[in-house]
Design a protein around this ligand. Structure first.
Ligand code: HAM
Length: 427
């Protein structure tokens, strides 16, 4: 008999683990509302061209990592590799830029897909939680997005964090830097890896991000973008840093932080974990400003900034720092019954209790009474309700508080009210 395995780079999130996801996702959602970001949900697939244009033709994501397919109507579609391009597409398509409430502050969460080589913290399907603020080029909004990202981790108890910051400048600064990079790397071209050789022609900044050539001498002497920022870009970067300073958010400047997507300009940042045992990939999240993207996708010139984190890496960081989330595995009630008629009555009681908002379960395996008690114990039931043949005949039910050991017998007709009082403090 053959058996199936999930595709490489995907995972099942099972009960016991899924509660951590729910906890973290709910904490992140609360945090976004606190910062006045509203949720947006976009489709999991888009027209391939959106990512080619948005994320950029010369990026690894578009060149090597997309799950692209042709549908039955002969359209080229792609499972989203990230969320920003889709949010911007929706912002333009739905004319959200016309709303009087600007900037538009959005958050999203959902699966993303990249055909990467799977390893710990690098999946082919992973969940990103991200925010995008569209319509403001106030440096304070850059600081707000960075603050939100840091806040997310701190709120969950992480402390071994490093915020790395850079400015990629505006178009003019970048094109001067690009020229300088090409001139700098040209003499070493033959010594660099194949990818870098082609990057030198298509996207020279990405050479700085090469994992293979990281130690090549030319990397250490490469011209820094920060020396090529024009006055406007420099002033913008200074303002962002100054607000972060006032917020008391520490950062490190790394002129080689270039990010893997084409749409960035000005502020770029990543948050890394310093925790021992976190693993080879230390980046927890990344983001930055993308002032040309809305136009690229067909909308009016609108500045934007955002970031995204993956829940997988967030959970890895929590584990590396030994943080356990306050997740309770509890059941409010378990109904134990003995005899066929009592069992039928128990099924009805369970239904009534559930309708009254009480979390309750019973046995469905014909277990003996002792085994039912054991099950209640394993499920961490707060109350066990016992309905035996005698109780049924007398119209009663026994209620045992498993935390205090107290027991009482009450009228069956009052059980719902009784349990509401016990558990919710109301009648
Ligand atoms: P990114 O740096 O490509 O940026 O991804 C953001 C985060 O997603 C990474 O820092 C990492 O935590 C997570 N991530 C990426 N690939 C994987 C993977 N294969 N497995 C697990 N986690 C992964 C973006 O996607 C931008 N859209 C972020 C952004 C939003 N910029 C502006 N707004």
């Amino acid at each position: 008999m053959s058996s199936f395995k999930g595709p490489r780079g995907t995972q099942d999130i099972l009960p016991g683990e899924v509660e951590k996801w729910q906890y973290v996702e709910s904490a992140l959602t609360d945090l976004c509302y606190r910062y006045n970001y509203k949720e947006i949900r976009t489709p999991v697939f888009e027209h391939t061209e959106l990512f080619q244009r948005g994320v950029g033709d010369s990026t690894d994501i578009v060149q090597k990592e997309m799950y692209t397919f042709t549908d039955r109507g002969d359209r080229s579609l792609t499972l989203r590799p990230e969320g920003t391009a889709s949010v911007v597409r929706s912002f333009v398509q739905n004319k959200i830029y016309g709303s009087p409430n600007q900037p538009t502050k959005l958050f999203y969460s959902g699966p993303m897909f990249r055909y990467e080589r799977p390893q710990q913290g690098r999946m082919r399907q992973f969940v990103q939680f991200g925010v995008e603020a569209l319509g403001s080029d106030d440096p304070a909004i850059d600081a707000e997005v960075i603050a939100l990202a840091m806040n997310a981790y701190k709120e969950l108890g992480l402390s071994s964090l490093k915020l790395v910051l850079n400015s990629l400048g505006d178009k003019k600064s970048r094109s001067r830097h690009r020229q300088a990079l090409v001139e700098h790397f040209q003499p070493y071209k033959e010594e660099l890896c194949e990818d870098c050789q082609s990057r030198l022609a298509t996207n020279p900044m990405r050479v700085l991000d090469c994992k293979k050539d990281r130690e090549h001498e030319s990397m250490h002497t490469a011209p820094s973008i920060l020396d090529y920022l024009n006055d406007e870009s420099r002033a913008y970067f200074e303002a962002v840093k100054s607000i972060l300073d006032r917020m008391g958010i520490e950062y490190e400047i790394d002129p080689n932080l270039v990010r893997g997507l084409d749409y960035y300009n000005h502020t770029a940042f990543e948050i890394m974990s310093n925790a021992k045992g976190f693993g080879a990939i230390t980046t927890l999240s990344g983001g930055g400003r993308y002032n040309g993207l809305v136009e690229e996708v067909g909308g009016p010139a609108t500045p934007g900034i955002g970031f995204a984190l993956s829940i997988e890496r967030l959970l890895m960081a929590l584990e590396a720092e030994g943080i356990t989330l306050p997740i309770e595995d509890k059941l409010e009630c378990y109904v134990v019954s003995l005899g066929e008629e009592a069992e039928q009555e128990a099924a009805a009681i369970v239904y009534q209790l559930r309708q009254a908002g009480i979390q309750v379960d019973k046995d469905y395996a014909g277990k003996k009474m002792k085994a039912q008690f054991k099950a209640a114990d394993r499920l961490n039931a707060h109350y066990v309700l016992v309905l035996g043949e005698d109780e049924l005949t007398n119209g009663q039910i026994n209620v045992k508080n498993m935390e205090t050991g107290e027991q009482e017998t009450i009228a069956l007709s009052t059980i719902v009210e009784h349990m509401k009082r016990e558990l919710k403090g109301d009648a």
